[in-house]
Design a protein around this ligand. Structure first.
Ligand code: SF4
Length: 321
């Protein structure tokens, strides 16, 4: 976390956060502060070396850093990291600097360097083909400095675009698919790979997530961003626990048959005051989700019906008043 120590800006260090089918934990403070230079790399290496040498890596149920911190306590873990680091670790700065909500970087933004801009392109549920990547690389070469950055929300940023080239950049045909202004629920949507390519998956995720978010965007007006995360099984690659609404794939019995469904999580926060959400509803069949999410969005996020006829998803109609 960015934090000032005196007048120097560096990072307070958090360790041990993870998601798994067995257990999910938020990272905890190491009580250490580093300068934003090679010290970050050295400290990261030291933490990895301690885990490599002492973690229960052969036990798949416990092969995460937090299990080692549990066993030792964070003070002993810090001592070991300090030894591997090879010099004294500074204590954490008293206050983290983050005082803003998480931003998604989608859209056009001026850089600190005068005359340059970065543009965040929305990649629907993070799915890029090789052809798409070549096209994004071409845009980065032609308009920027050949650099692409990927975000944790599965989107792409192209930095270093001069003011003089921005208007032309925004007319590039590929921006019709990788928009700088996606609809609200599609904009904040994240999904793991799901059944199309992952053998662990209990449900199809990406295509269903996108179709559902598009249908909800057409049916509802949502006043603020609502981050919906999908994950195809309890391994939680899509991190439903950090979402405003998290959907975890499961199997459900309906009308005497086994069908694809989800457990619903709510209350996750990222950035300032980050916290993990909890499961609020279990075993919702996927073909009932549009109706269930409409209720959740209306009751908890101020959504209201749009006055145009909505698209329906998986056969469930949305009432418009
Ligand atoms: S969470 Fe998604 S990507 Fe990860 S193992 Fe499960 S289905 Fe596969």
């Amino acid at each position: 976390m960015p934090a000032y120590r005196g007048d120097r800006l560096g990072f307070n260090v958090l360790v041990g956060g993870f998601f798994s089918a067995r257990r999910c934990e938020a990272a905890i403070p190491l009580d250490a502060w580093v300068e934003p230079n090679d010290d970050v790399v050295d400290l990261s290496r030291a933490i990895l070396e301690v885990y490599r040498d002492h973690g229960a890596r052969a036990n798949r149920q416990k092969s995460r850093l937090m299990w080692l911190i549990d066993e030792w306590g964070v003070a002993q873990f810090r001592d070991q990291v300090e030894m591997a680091y090879g010099r004294a670790l500074l204590r954490a700065a008293p206050e983290d600097l983050i005082d803003w909500d998480k931003r998604d970087h989608i859209g056009v933004y001026p850089q600190q360097q005068p005359g340059l801009n970065f543009v965040g392109l929305h990649v629907p549920v993070g799915r890029l083909t090789a052809t798409d990547m070549f096209e994004l690389a071409r845009l980065a070469d032609v308009y920027g400095e050949g650099e692409l950055r990927l975000t944790v929300e599965q989107n792409v940023i192209i930095p270093h675009i001069p003011d003089s080239r921005l208007d032309v950049f925004l007319t590039e045909p590929v921006l019709a698919r990788f928009s700088v202004q996606p609809s609200p629920l599609v904009r904040s949507l994240v999904s793991c790979t799901g059944a199309q390519f992952c053998n662990f998956a209990l449900v199809e995720t990406k295509q269903r997530a996108l179709a559902l978010a598009e249908a909800l965007d057409q049916a509802l007006s949502v006043p603020a961003a609502v981050r919906i995360h999908w994950t195809g099984c309890p391994n939680s690659c899509g991190q439903p626990q950090v979402a405003d609404i998290g959907l975890m794939g499961t199997k459900v019995r309906k009308d005497g048959k086994t069908v694809e469904g989800v457990d619903i999580y709510m209350g996750g926060k990222v950035g300032k005051d980050a916290q993990l959400g909890t499961c609020v509803q279990k075993g919702v069949p996927c073909d009932e989700l549009q109706s269930v999410l409409t209720t959740l969005l209306t009751d908890n996020f101020g959504a209201s019906p749009r006055s145009i006829a909505p698209v329906t998803h998986e056969g469930v109609a949305v009432t418009v008043v």
